[in-house]
Design a protein around this ligand. Sequence first.
Ligand code: EPU
Length: 352
Amino acid sequence: MRTTLRLPGRAALHAEIHTSTQLAMLAGNHRWRRFVLGAGSNLVLTGDFDGLLLQMAIRGRELIGEDDDAWYVRAGAGENWHQLVLWTLAQGWPGLENLALIPGTVGAAPIQNIGAYGLEVGERLHALEAIDMQTGRTLRLAHADCRFAYRDSVFKQEGWHLDGQRVITRVTFRLPKAWQPLLGYSDLATELEGQRSSDANDSPNTRPDSHPNGHPQGQADSQATAWQIAEAVIRVRSRKLPDPATLPNAGSFFHNPVVGASLAEQLAIAHPGLPRYPQPDGRIKLAAGWLIERSGWKGRDLGRVGMYEKQALVLVNRGAACGAEVMALAQAVQADVRERFAVELLPEPVFL
Ligand code: EPU
């Protein structure tokens, strides 16, 4: 099975899915366990899979509607996410630019509610279609049915996509015509400012509020175009995150932990500089990368795997590692962070 972390693992059976009809034809067959694979960019293989691998390859992207407020764009679950982002921008439909260069497929994007640089895909998702693998019927889910939260959705629940019981086939995005640049993430704002100065356009810009891990609060400096934002995101990501093609990885390996306000307060006293991002529910999100770095794991290896030297939240396969080594490193990092900060890190990718 091909995954971006490049761990060994074979599936007993394999079917490439190009249409929802193919899926419907497989429905009701309980002989094999099923697993749906997109680009494998959020997956840790722990060994062989004794079941049927459904390789999602449903293609297609089109404008299916438009009203005064938005464009509605539908894409097949097997489309490449980044190519979809670039295509929508080229068509003149901005709105996904902050999510440029995220590896993976369109159908996988809602599952973990991919998010970066102040935007989560759930904020742009209008509806989606899935096939119920018990009955073969098409299910239609509206935005509210998806129950999006930070790196979470209904699709992570039992009975949904990952165990192949209901399989996402097409996703419709709502791209608002009243487009506003989202520049609340400090790295992105800094990158755009740098771009401006190097373009010799040195008119002073108002620095947006800095909310590195939450939703942007302000929309200062709204001169940036969607393309400029996408380019800035691509540059920032390319600098910080390893390209899976050259250094296998699955992106952030842990969720950023969300803790109670009193624990966050105590930690901040004991560890000055601790990044803290207040959440709408009063809890505080911490930066897992910061905790991992302060636990001594940034750039450190265990066997053939390690935590990336430029972003401690990313676990990398330095060559020919297996799933057991990944789990050993993950557990060692979790134990050290637990001991030092009394915070539990939860892995972000799916384990198969
Ligand atoms: N930090 C460190 N050391 C590190 C890494 C980070 O001190 O090694 C600190 C940074 O200095 C900053 C804070 O931690 O103060 C947050 O770091 P960063 O802005 O790099 O973002 P992140 O919280 O580590 C999250 C997402 C990324 C996403 C970025 C940008 C999660 C689990 N990860 O990372 O998503 O690209 O924000 O929005 O929420 C992914 O999910 O695969 C992914 C890459």
